[in-house]
Design a protein around this ligand. Structure first.
Ligand code: NAD
Length: 353
């Protein structure tokens, strides 16, 4: 029987499919008169090509986006935005560039067209994490949610296989936790199961051929759905652990998620039978945690947290921090059990459900 629930759907227009970057001009015109294009230094050429495509609709390019949305970069982008006179923000890139677009939208309430080129899913959420003097603070506000998103898989063919895999497993983690979230519902579960199915089918295909259009399209479709799940459902142990590991031990965001996910799922599985059933269907495997670990092994995810440079002595410290502030989880968060979980993730050995 379906239990009573509340669903808070978020607005947003999605333009999806190979070649859809061609629609960028129409989408800018629907939002305003001229756009400031944002990118990282590494994707500056992509940003400049887009500005050339937009022609008179482009007011300038700011190619300075950086990881974790540092506020000093945002201040420089604010100055460039003012000088350009643009009334639309266009971000082309991954979570870092979309994050800069969100930071500017939060400060100006200008409309934002996000063109996503990784599987991070940030473009679907009204959430931003900003860093000032090394401290990251997270905020939720509807001004942060991009008005329009273009997903064009053609833009992702150059995303390296290991980055694609880590980013894709990070997206899967949103859906895994969405499936057992306290504020989940049947609609969120539908999107989560389909998102996991699409990404899990696509990632090995990308590892085999990074320019396989079917695999790239499937992965971006899955990433979109997983991003929606992140925007709608509260997260639990897995996200808290990764937040602790990233924040306290400076481990890279997507790779940490990709490594920890099978162990966090194995830990939570006994308290989340419906989620496990959905994941069995989505992954076509009896042991979803083991299957996610195998996908990591097949696609170049680093083997254990030790491969990211985490010290063995920090395992106990991480367990202390993760168990410090209690939070909701389908299975009680117990200090000793969490240390075993992190120790397994550090070693990279197969998860034990
Ligand atoms: P990223 O945006 O930092 O991109 C990683 C690198 O890959 C960058 O140098 C980028 O220029 C390059 N790149 C991106 N797409 C490419 C492509 N198609 N081809 C070649 N190179 C490409 O990484 P990410 O994993 O997308 O985003 C991580 C950031 O996003 C983190 O700061 C994380 O906190 C944030 N994030 C936020 C949310 C949210 O809802 N607020 C959700 C997920 C992630």
């Amino acid at each position: 029987m379906i239990a009573p629930f509340v669903h808070n759907g978020l607005p947003g227009r999605v333009v999806f499919g190979p070649g859809r970057l061609a629609a960028a001009g129409e989408e800018v015109e629907a939002l305003g008169k001229s756009a400031l294009v944002l990118s990282t230094p590494g994707q500056e050429q992509m940003g400049r090509d887009l500005a050339a495509q937009l022609g008179s609709l482009a007011a300038g390019v700011f190619p300075g986006a950086a990881m974790h949305t540092p506020t000093d970069v945002t201040a420089k982008a604010m100055a460039a935005l003012k000088e350009s006179g643009a009334d639309v923000l266009v971000s082309i890139g991954g979570g870092s560039t979309v994050g800069l677009g969100k930071a500017l939208a939060l400060r100006t309430d200008l409309p934002h067209l996000a063109i996503a080129t990784t599987y991070a899913g940030s473009e679907m959420t009204p959430i931003i994490g900003q860093t000032e003097n090394g401290v990251k603070t997270t905020q939720r506000d509807m001004k942060i949610l991009p008005e329009t998103v273009i997903y064009d898989p053609d833009l992702t063919h150059g995303l390296p296989v290991d980055v694609s895999a880590a980013s894709g497993l990070n997206a899967i983690a949103h859906s895994v936790e969405g499936l057992y979230s306290r504020d989940g519902n049947p609609v969120i579960s539908l999107m989560a199961e389909e998102g996991v199915r699409a990404l899990a089918a696509a990632l090995p295909g990308i590892a085999a051929d990074p320019t396989d259009p079917e695999a790239r399209t499937g992965a971006l479709y899955g990433a979109w759905l997983c991003g929606v799940v992140l925007s709608l459902a509260g997260m639990a142990l897995h996200h808290k652990l990764c937040h602790t590991l990233g924040g306290s031990f400076n481990l890279p965001h997507a790779q940490t998620h990709a490594i920890v996910l099978p162990y966090a799922l194995a830990y939570n599985a006994p308290g989340a039978p419906d989620a496990v059933a959905a994941l069995r269907r989505a992954l076509g495997a009896n042991d979803p945690a083991l299957r996610l670990w195998e996908i990591g092994r097949q696609t170049g995810v680093p083997h254990g947290l030790k491969a990211l440079g985490m010290q063995q002595a920090d395992v106990a410290k991480a367990a202390d921090i993760a168990a410090q502030n209690p939070y909701w989880n389908p299975v009680p968060v117990e200090r000793e059990a969490i240390e075993i979980l992190i120790a397994r993730a550090w070693e990279g050995s197969p998860p034990q459900s």
